[in-house]
Every structure is written in C-alpha cells, then in structure tokens.
Design a protein around this ligand. Structure first.
Ligand SMILES: Cc1cc2nc3c(=O)[nH]c(=O)nc-3n(C[C@H](O)[C@H](O)[C@H](O)COP(=O)(O)OP(=O)(O)OC[C@H]3O[C@@H](n4cnc5c(N)ncnc54)[C@H](O)[C@@H]3O)c2cc1C
Length: 402
C-alpha cells in the first residue's frame, strides 16, 4: 500500500475517533465557528473539535509545523479534505486569520511577525478583522484616507473604516495612507494592530438578517509599533491585493472542506426536489414535482452546482497550495450567482412560509432560511462587488484592454 493510502486510513481513523458527531452537521444562520478571545462558538463541541485539530496541526494543514501547521504536502492535504467532506465535518476554525491574513503573512511577514501571529491564529486564539473599506473607498479602495504618520518607533493612525467585523475581533489588518503626495496606489501601507489599542472605538451596524458582527471602526491617535508594518512602507497595495485573492478563494470555498461555506449553508435539510414535493405537490407520495417550470429551474440550478463544484475540485487539484490567482474572481462571481438563484428557488417553493421571521407558524428551518436569504443579498457585494470581479476577470484573466 502506498504511503498516501496509509495516510488516508490513518486520517479516517483519527477523524472517526476525534470529530464529535455534532461537528458533522452543516452550520445554520447565526452559528459561529468560534475562535478568538471575544467570540463564543454556539456549540461546546466546537471547542473540543478546534483543540483536537489544532493539536494535530490540521487547522492550518499546509502551514509549516513551526507556525502551528502540519506541513502536509498537496496530496495529503487533498486526502484530508476528502475525508473531512466524507463525514460532513465542519471546519474546526474559520475567519480572516486562517483564510486571509495567515497565508498573507506566510508570504510577506517577517520571521518575528510569523512567530508572533501564525501559531495564535492556528490555535484559534486570536480573531482578525479586515480594515480595508472606508465610507468613501469601497470598490475604489485605493482612495482610502485613513492616515498613518511616522513617529519614529511607531505610526500614529487616524481615520475610520466601515464594514469591519470588529465586534468579535482581537486584531485588525489595516490599510493606511502613509504618503498623501504619492500616486494613490503607491502611498499605502499595511499595518497590524490590536483592537484593544487605546484610541480604537467601534459602532455596530445592524444587518438585514437581524444580527451582525459588523461595525464602523474609528481610530483616534492609535499608536502602532513599527514591528507590525507588513512588507515595506508605501508598498502595502501589493500585500493588499494578494490578501484579496486569498479572501476570494476563501469566499468561494476553494481552500477547504467547508461545511460552513455558502454552498453548504443554503442547503435545505432535504434536496430541493423533495422540498418542492413537500411544499407544492398536491398529491402525496408523487415521485415527480407537479410544477414543470419549477422542475426545470431546479434541474438547471443543480447542473450549475455540479459544474461549479467539479471545476472547483479540478482547480484545487491543479493549483499550488496557497497560491490562488486572479481566476479566484471567477469562482466568487459564479458562486454568488448560484447562491442567490438557489435561495430564490427555495423562496418560490416555500411560498409565504419562506418569510417567517419568528413565531410558532414557522419551523426552525424556515426562520433560519429566511434570515440567511436576507444575509445572502450581500454575497455579490462583500469581498468586492460582482462588477469589480468582472473587471478583474476581463483584465487579469482574459487580458482585455482597459
Ligand atoms: C456583508 C459585507 C461584509 C463586508 N466585510 C468587509 C470587511 O470585513 N472589511 C472591509 O474592509 N470591507 C468589507 N465590506 C465592504 C465591501 O468590500 C464593499 O462594500 C465593496 O467593496 C463595495 O464597496 P461599496 O460598498 O463602497 O460600493 P461602491 O464601491 O460605492 O459601489 C457601488 C456600486 O457601483 C459599482 N461599481 C463601483 N465601481 C465600479 C467599476 N469600476 N466598474 C463597474 N461597477 C462599479 C459596484 O459594483 C456597486 O454595484 C463588506 C461588505 C458587506 C456587504
């Protein structure tokens, strides 16, 4: 038997012994993976699962052991993903530390930054938030105005960020303007700082789904030691773009087994076909959906998903670990379309039962899906809007002119 087969059997066995049954279920709206000092996972088993996986280095399987990973090579990593998928396991840890700033620091961080930040991320001790967008800088991110002045040993940061998931975050990675005179992409730097730093305040933003980790975040003379400047001063745009590629790859679930990702979270407890029969068929136990239009819509949507997941699996198999490119925009764009369409189909199937906010007239799943449906409206905006993804695909993937 090959070493890889041995690895598969050992992995399967270990998962059987160590993955709690409640972690072999998909996440529902409002549930949290946990991680970080301020955030509580909704199930106690989430901590058991996180601790066991972290000890094995499998929260960050491809990271070096020295930084809390397991140093898995690509084939082993793929086997681990397959085995996790086979038991429908939740990721032990999610969030921006794992999927965004961690891989970016592996590439651009100093040794000291890697030592201080990566093991804490892999153990799920520190939750991160992203300080990119500002009230006047979303799609045109390089117009950002939050400024950082060089004060010798530290930068003095003043300004404001919006849509930061700051409610439960311990640290922020943040884009700041360090040279106001330079062309806009060339005067930006990339800083890391604790959300407990004096001068950081947050103001919550309530989302359509009724709960939200989002905030506007204000910086009033925040001192950031220079050891937490990532890469070089005024060259933060290079780091920022790289991190966005990791973000898109994470949003499109390219890098993980992802029972917490949108493709899994929008799944009803039964198949769409069964759901349609349950809500809209007139005859009991019919083996066909009555409504021919609905039947077609479901089949088309299922085919899109099949094509998407096969392409995703091929891309993961073909790409080097931790090196997502501009093509991640394609996945983000297609996934956003699929998710919205699928939820619209569920709405049509459930009819008025799709709009249950609370109360005894609705099942738990109906309420959860109603809220998820509202939350999912943002999927074509968060992490860069659909139009921006199309611009990237046109320029960076297809090589079309500006
Ligand atoms: C749920 C959610 C979570 C988020 N999380 C974070 C976070 O953690 N950290 C963070 O920093 N930000 C976050 N964001 C912000 C997000 O990145 C921005 O909302 C997004 O980049 C769009 O920016 P904007 O809202 O300013 O819209 P605008 O940039 O004002 O865009 C408005 C419209 O114009 C279109 N448009 C703009 N420019 C172009 C162009 N050149 N070509 C074609 N169309 C264009 C856009 O597609 C959009 O439809 C989050 C947003 C949401 C909704």
């Amino acid at each position: 038997m090959s070493t890889l087969d041995d690895f598969r059997l050992e992995t399967r066995d270990w998962l059987k012994q160590n993955c709690p049954p409640s972690m072999q279920t998909r996440m529902v709206s409002g549930e949290d993976l946990g991680g970080g000092r301020k955030r509580m996972g909704t199930k106690p088993d989430a901590y058991v699962w996180l601790e066991r996986m972290a000890e094995k280095g499998w929260t960050a399987p491809t990271w070096p052991k020295a930084y809390g990973g397991a140093d898995l090579v690509k084939d082993e990593f793929l086997v681990l993903l397959e085995e996790l998928q086979a038991i429908n396991a939740r990721p032990p840890l999610g969030g921006m530390g794992m999927t965004m700033i961690g891989p970016t620091l592996l590439e651009y961080g100093t040794d000291d930054q890697k030592q201080r930040h990566l093991p804490a991320i892999a153990r799920g001790e520190i939750a991160w938030c992203q300080g990119y967008s500002e009230p006047g800088a979303g799609s045109d991110l390089a117009s950002l105005q939050t400024k950082a002045e060089d004060k010798g040993d530290f930068y003095l940061v003043n300004g404001s960020k919006i849509w930061t998931s700051a409610m439960h975050a311990d640290w922020m990675f943040c884009l700041v303007r360090t040279d106001p005179q330079a062309p806009k992409h060339e005067g930006i730097s990339f800083l890391l700082f604790s959300m407990d730093s004096p001068g950081v305040t947050i103001k919550p933003i309530l989302l359509l789904n009724g709960h939200s980790p989002f905030c506007q975040t204000f910086f009033d003379n925040v001192e950031v030691p220079k050891i937490d400047l990532v890469h070089k001063v005024n060259q933060g745009w290079t780091v920022a773009k790289r991190l966005l590629q990791h973000e898109r790859s994470g949003l499109a679930s390219l890098a993980s087994a992802d029972t917490a990702g949108p493709l899994q979270r929008i799944k009803p407890s039964v198949s769409l076909a069964e759901l349609a029969k349950h809500y809209s068929n007139t005859k009991e136990n019919a083996n066909k959906i009555d409504d021919a239009v609905l039947r077609d819509e479901i089949i088309r949507n299922e085919m899109l998903k099949k094509a998407y997941t096969l392409t995703q699996a091929r891309t993961v198999a073909e790409s080097e670990i931790n090196t997502p490119g501009a093509a991640t925009s394609i996945f983000k764009y297609v996934e956003a379309g699929y998710v919205k369409e699928q939820l619209e189909i569920q709405n049509r199937i459930r009819g008025t039962q799709a709009f249950g906010w609370e109360g005894d007239m609705f099942t738990e799943e109906e309420i959860s899906m109603c809220r998820l449906n509202l939350e999912a409206k943002s999927i074509s905006i968060a992490g860069g809007s659909n139009e921006i993804q199309l611009n990237i695909i046109a320029k960076r993937v297809l090589g079309l002119p500006d």
